[in-house]
Design a protein around this ligand. Structure first.
Ligand SMILES: Cc1cc2nc3c(=O)[nH]c(=O)nc-3n(C[C@H](O)[C@H](O)[C@H](O)COP(=O)(O)OP(=O)(O)OC[C@H]3O[C@@H](n4cnc5c(N)ncnc54)[C@H](O)[C@@H]3O)c2cc1C
Length: 352
């Protein structure tokens, strides 16, 4: 997302960017996403939801998202709906395939199957999508109790982070944080990314494999990112959701929890669990934490310039999207929105 947006904006500004795409197709995780590009309705809400994030970057995303969404529409990306379905947020849902097509059309030269390369003296934007695809980096920084399944494109493996750290770049806050989903605990590929997600933990009683209730469902945030991160630190990076009738009657967007649970391949009779379960529990679902993208990354300024450990900008080096960390630290905010706004900001700074 960030790289294509930056290239499209750079071309508008008269530059001739080249997009290096390591994968076999353009679009990255954006192409696989639900493609809701959103912000919190107020900046205060953003701060409250993501208290560890850099306020200057959060202000930038908050202030510049609406014009950036209009820009995407003007490029020919059709809007599917203007409702995020969440009263805390506002934004737009695109069709991911058609958004990718629209961006590719205007981004200029795209070299598929080629990893990012820089020529001396030319600006380089790192937009490789985070480091979730490198189990070693995930183990080092996120430190889950067991390997996490990947719920993202397979190519985002920390190339941007490594390139910049080699040049003395500073790391953002929140390198141990990630956005992901608790998924039915089975192996899955791209078609399972959305249907296997179990996003109703806030209505459940949540136990680990040792039978310890490690988090109160009622305390879980709306995005459930906190629950997913807590699950990643439990034995096997797994949990059991225990549900009674009242929980099954709750709704998540347009579906009841009952419908989602009925399709979960790991739903289980509570009597089969190796620990005592609450009396009112009628069904259990085994989930495992999966990682979509890292939240920590490189430290950047409002012009998307990568900062050196001493706080000065690194000459000609930019980062956007999940490579730029510290925006939603402590919570969750739209990764697509951050990629769009910082990608455009990188192109504008480089053009200047
Ligand atoms: C199932 C799913 C649902 C989601 N739903 C939403 C949603 O509704 N709203 C939302 O805001 N976010 C959502 N997301 C998250 C969103 O997709 C990401 O936050 C966003 O795509 C990040 O943008 P990016 O540009 O950093 O990375 P990407 O969009 O993943 O792009 C990174 C690109 O870099 C390429 N790359 C990696 N290494 C190299 C290299 N060395 N050289 C060249 N290219 C390289 C990758 O192949 C990839 O194409 C979802 C993600 C998934 C998987």
């Amino acid at each position: 997302m960030a790289g294509l947006c930056a290239a499209a904006r750079a071309r508008e500004l008269g530059a001739s960017p080249v997009v290096f795409e390591k994968g076999t197709r353009p679009g990255g995780s954006m192409l696989l996403s639900s493609c809701v590009v959103w912000r919190y309705r107020s900046f205060d809400e953003f701060r409250a939801q993501c208290p560890g994030g850099d306020p200057r970057l959060q202000q930038l995303v908050h202030d510049r998202l609406d014009e950036a969404l209009e820009w995407l529409e003007a490029l020919g990306a059709p809007v599917v709906t203007r409702d995020t379905g969440n009263p805390l947020t506002t934004g737009v849902r695109f069709d991911p395939g058609r958004l990718t097509e629209a961006l590719v059309r205007v981004a200029g030269e795209l070299r598929l199957g080629e990893a990012v390369q820089a020529s001396d003296g030319e600006p380089l934007l790192l937009a490789t999508g985070g480091f979730q695809g490198d189990p070693g980096l995930v183990q080092r920084f996120v430190a889950p109790a067991a390997p996490l399944r990947l719920r993202a494109n397979p190519w985002s493996a920390g190339d941007g982070l490594r390139t910049a750290l080699d040049r003395g770049a500073a790391r953002s806050e929140g390198l141990d944080e990630f956005y992901g989903r608790n998924m039915a605990d089975v192996d899955f590929g791209e078609p399972g990314f959305v249907p296997l997600a179990q996003v109703y933990g806030r209505f459940a009683r949540i136990f680990n494999e040792d039978g310890e209730e490690f988090v109160e469902g009622a305390e879980v945030s709306w995005s459930e990112v906190d629950l997913v991160q807590a699950t990643a630190r439990q034995p096997g990076a797994r949990a059991w959701y225990l549900l009674g009738e009242e929980a099954l009657d709750q709704r998540v967007r347009d579906r009841s929890v009952r419908e989602i649970v009925a399709q979960a391949p790991t739903r289980t009779d509570p009597a089969e669990l190796p620990f005592e379960t609450p009396e009112d529990c009628v069904v259990a679902v085994r989930v495992a934490a999966a990682i979509t993208h890292t939240i920590g990354g490189l430290r950047v300024d409002e012009g998307a310039r990568v900062l050196h450990e001493d706080g000065s900008p690194l000459d000609g080096l930019y980062a956007a999207g999940a490579d730029a960390g510290g925006i939603s630290t402590g919570g969750y905010a739209s990764g697509l929105a951050a990629a769009l706004v910082l990608g455009r900001a990188a192109a504008e700074t480089a053009a200047r």
